[in-house]
Design a binder for this molecule. Structure first.
Ligand code: TYD
Length: 131
């Protein structure tokens, strides 16, 4: 399974906390895109796709949600619920996001620009490509 939870270094002082993310330093790819989700709704699921080439790092900056990760052979579920833990997702991993807390804010760093042709949005097609 090409995913892992990564604990980020937190700079803590009397004023609060700060986390710095740098491509090819503490993030395993060069960052070309940043996007975020907010106003998420608990019973609305998202994702249901894989990427052929894209790598991503997802952080729940606020709130929580569950990620289901699937490489075509097995399926894991992980919770994102801390702003100092990132979920790295490698290439060709099917993902589903569910159980969002109200107002969850998800920040995503991506290794490339948005390109719809690079998505696999059909699970049968995903299985065909990975197995
Ligand atoms: P979508 O892939 O459906 O979101 P999720 O992965 O959370 O299920 O994306 C929602 C819409 O936003 C869809 O029309 C594609 C568009 N979009 C962009 O234009 N740029 C982006 O960087 C992303 C991630 C999505």
């Amino acid at each position: 399974m090409d995913y892992r939870l990564m604990r980020m270094e937190v700079k803590v002082d009397a004023r609060g906390k700060l986390v710095s993310l740098e491509g090819l330093k503490n993030i395993p790819f060069a960052i070309k895109r940043f996007y975020y989700m907010y106003d998420t709704i608990p019973d609305k699921e998202r994702g249901f796709h894989a990427h052929r080439e894209l790598e991503q790092l997802v952080i729940a900056i606020d709130g929580a949600c569950e990620f289901v990760l699937d490489d075509g052979r097995s399926r894991d579920s992980v919770w994102l619920n801390r702003p100092d833990v990132g979920l790295y997702i490698g290439k060709k991993m099917w993902r589903e996001m569910r159980n969002f807390s109200y107002g969850c804010k998800l920040m995503v760093l991506a290794s490339d620009y948005y390109d719809e042709s690079e998505y696999i949005r059909d699970y049968a097609m995903f299985l065909k490509e990975v197995l």
